[in-house]
Design a protein around this ligand. Structure first.
Ligand code: ATP
Length: 347
């Protein structure tokens, strides 16, 4: 009765605090906020524009295109907070947008974080969330939230595996009986793929492009495996020799070549996680396979490349960009039973 009343007065909140995107799920309502992790500031003052509302979609449009008086920044890098104060402003805005806590109650919040974060980085997450208006804060590993969100049978006596490729980190884990039995996080994911495209164009086309353009090219024509119909995209940037703006055409084969290094790092991470499993669990994985989540899972042909390289079935989760947030939402439904297994700020 108490829990039901509490849920009505002040629903619990789940957050996928991502390098590229932040998603907020509310108990009983699902994902209600899905916005880029970007904040726009008045240069010099560190004041968030629009009385604290130039956050998310609005701020992202300003990234790389701001006049001198405005700057748009991402407060997270490689899955961790790099600008504590801005992360707090961003979380405050998203929490207010998502939450309808009544009578001044502060919601309990479950936040998904990469498996590799240090105790100091965890402390930064706890403090940012609390200062932004959260009540009790619990942390869940991103890979576990991804496994739950993808509907994997993680509590069964059977191995299941997830590879969550976000903007800053790739989290890989194998689960059995509700526990993570083998896992690894690498700070190689979507952002590193964008950097690889920037570097390829600089080296092979003498063209300097920004990370937004690189991401656009990756999404438009990027692939991990040969395509039935190869594609091409137009890129615009600055000629590094003549210093004048210029256009060029890059093919999907060339983008694939550019992405080879970060993709190899991600596949090696999966191999290392499988190698550390007991033979019985490896035998299970040959049947159950691997589920890809996170925005990186949308790269064309990544499932085919991984199937070929890992020798196990590989599947892309439904709506991979929201899997972790949906996992935190499931967690909220079981918070009373699971709270002792989650790391909390009162520990
Ligand atoms: N169609 C697509 N093809 C390839 N990559 C994509 C596609 N759509 C989105 N992405 C990439 O997915 C990444 C964002 O994914 P996601 O929102 O899961 O990350 P995040 O949760 O913010 O990051 P992290 O978990 O590392 O903190 C970005 O790098 C984006 O470029």
């Amino acid at each position: 009765m108490y829990h039901r009343l509490r849920g009505w007065l002040c629903p619990d909140v789940g957050i996928d605090l991502g390098t590229a995107n932040t998603l907020v799920a509310v108990q009983g309502e699902g994902v209600v906020v899905d916005e880029p992790s970007v904040v726009a500031l008045e240069k010099g003052s560190r004041k968030v524009l629009g009385k604290g509302t130039a956050v998310g979609k609005l701020a992202r449009q300003m990234l790389g295109r701001t006049p001198d008086s405005i700057t748009a920044v991402r407060p997270m890098k490689d899955g961790v907070i790099t600008d504590f104060e801005l992360c707090e402003s961003m979380l405050r805005y998203f929490l207010r947008k998502a939450h309808r806590g009544k009578f001044g109650f502060k919601p309990r919040v479950v936040i998904a974080v990469p498996g590799s974060i240090t105790p100091v980085e965890k402390r930064a997450v706890f403090s940012s969330a609390e200062r932004a208006g959260a009540g009790r804060v619990f942390l869940i590993e991103e890979s576990k939230a991804a496994g739950i969100g993808a509907g994997l049978p993680i509590s069964e006596p059977l191995a299941s595996m997830v590879c969550d490729i976000g903007g800053g980190t790739t989290d890989v884990a194998v689960f059995s009986l509700g526990e993570i039995v083998s896992s690894q996080t690498v700070r190689v994911a979507g952002d590193r793929m964008d950097e690889a495209v920037v570097e390829y164009l600089r080296q092979h086309f003498s063209l300097r492009i920004g990370p937004q353009m690189a991401e656009q090219v990756k999404i438009e024509v990027g692939s991990a495996y040969p395509l039935m119909n190869e594609m091409a995209a137009e890129v615009r940037g600055l000629d590094t020799i003549s210093s004048i703006p210029r256009k060029a055409t890059i093919t999907s084969e060339e983008v694939r070549e550019a992405l080879r290094e970060p993709l190899t790092a991600i596949i090696n991470c999966c191999k290392a996680v499988i190698e550390r499993c007991d033979p019985e669990l490896v035998a299970d994985l040959a049947d159950t396979g691997l589920v890809l989540t996170g925005g990186g899972a949308l790269l064309r042909g990544l499932d085919e490349l991984m199937r070929e390289q890992l020798g196990i079935p590989v599947q892309v989760a439904d709506d991979p960009l929201t899997t972790v947030a949906r996992g935190t939402a499931v967690c909220l439904e079981h918070l009373e039973q699971w709270r002792d297994d989650l790391e909390s700020d009162a520990a």
